[in-house]
Design a protein around this ligand. Sequence first.
Ligand code: GDP
Ligand code: MG
Length: 166
Amino acid sequence: KSGFVAIVGRPNVGKSTFLNRVIGQKIAIMSNTAQTTRNKIQGIYTTDESQIVFIDTPGVHKPKSKLGDYMVQSAMSALNEVDAVLFMVNAAEKRGAGDNFIIDRLKNVKAPIYLLINKIDQVNPDDLLPVMEQYQKALPWKAVYPISALEGNNVDELLTGLVDQM
Ligand code: GDP
Ligand code: MG
């Protein structure tokens, strides 16, 4: 089984951290500064039975300039060439304009979209359900995974789920 998977989400939600964990080596540049990883960075996750190529799409967020607008277009076009899209949000923050901007653009994407609620290590288990409810009806998610990219919670389950669908 093999396929291409793109990850999107507003800056600092944890996309690079997730990719580094999945791929097991530092391929994406991590930073607290928005837009450090401007280019699509690909990494390959392989098991005995599967191979998934991950694509980081840091350019998909609310543009602040004409150039930014162009970058969003070009990053979005990548989403029409993949087998699945991972949309990552921050469990420790409210759904905001940056999240909504991406959700609007994902409405035209044909590939199955998975919702990753990241940084669950930063919230009380009791507070997780209200966060999930904020996003539940935003798009017809293929599946929803609360995860911690930093600590690894639920990441194996997500990978298994992804491979199963391919
Ligand atoms: P990106 O802009 O989406 O690629 O975000 P990064 O991967 O660069 O992460 C931004 C910041 O969030 C870094 O300081 C990460 O260490 C932190 N971070 C990422 N994932 C998690 C997580 O699951 N839990 C916590 N507590 N911090 C995280
Ligand atoms: Mg990044």
